[in-house]
Design a protein around this ligand. Structure first.
Ligand code: HEM
Ligand code: HEM
Length: 180
């Protein structure tokens, strides 16, 4: 059977599933690194793991932009959320996930730029660093990057819980359309 690239009314295509699961893997890496930092504290493993945080975070931001673009392009042919209360709740939940997946890395990248300090992206020069700090750029992430990230983690937990409810309580085919 041919691989289905685009979405269809019944299931998500290969591209949507690749983007969904690649971001899941990187988000797990991102939160696990911060978890290790909280639990283990200063240690070589923490230094290594958290050392990848900014680059992985920027990769997540790029993937999110591609994913949102692909989602909008396929909007009319994607599996519908449905009308009733649960359909609207699912749509609202997905929009919250998208909003947080944007705000969390975008605010941090703006802070990095506004810090005036240089930044590497996977070892390659990415931001040169002006040497001057710009307060309005650093303020948002200082205020809520970490907090919004933990709220994202809570929203993810709710999302996974709902997938389990679909699969094991309502016994419908919602889980299958993203699992492949
Ligand atoms: C979706 C992507 C990202 C996620 C899920 C994420 C998540 C987190 C989490 C959970 C923390 C710990 C907060 C705490 O200690 O309570 C954190 C801190 C931090 N993140 Fe990210 N992050 C992301 C992207 C980025 C990016 C792109 C950058 C920089 C370019 C960045 C820079 C930082 C810095 C400097 C800290 C320590 C200061 C602070 O808590 O604000 N993060 N991040
Ligand atoms: C890092 C964590 C995750 C995030 C941020 C996330 C985000 C999303 C988003 C935004 C959608 C809407 C479709 C889209 O635009 O791509 C979605 C759909 C879906 N996700 Fe996740 N997801 C995560 C983890 C998971 C996990 C672990 C599972 C499985 C247990 C899962 C199963 C599904 C399923 C089955 C759908 C389709 C739901 C529907 O058609 O209404 N997701 N996810």
């Amino acid at each position: 059977m041919a691989v289905q690239m685009g979405d269809s009314g019944f299931k998500y295509g290969l591209m949507t599933r690749l983007l969904h699961w690649a971001m899941v893997a990187l988000l797990v890496w991102q939160f696990a690194g911060m978890g290790v930092k909280l639990i283990v504290g200063k240690a070589p493993i923490t230094a290594f793991w958290v050392g990848t945080h900014k680059s992985i975070g920027v990769a997540l931001l790029i993937l999110l932009i591609l994913r949102a673009g692909w989602g909008l392009y396929n909007l009319k042919v994607r599996p519908a959320h449905g009308g009733g209360f649960w359909g609207r709740a699912a749509l609202a939940g997905h929009l919250v996930l998208y909003a947080l997946m944007l705000i969390v890395p975008a605010s941090a990248l703006l802070r990095q730029y506004g810090s005036g300090k240089p930044m590497d992206l996977f070892g390659l020069p990415f931001i040169a660093g002006s040497g001057v700090e710009t307060a309005w750029m650093t303020a948002p992430a200082n205020a809520f990057h970490g907090l919004a990230a933990w709220v994202l983690l809570a929203a993810i937990a709710g999302h996974v819980l709902m997938v389990l409810v679909h699969r094991f309580i309502w016994k419908d085919d919602t889980a299958a359309r993203m699992m492949g």
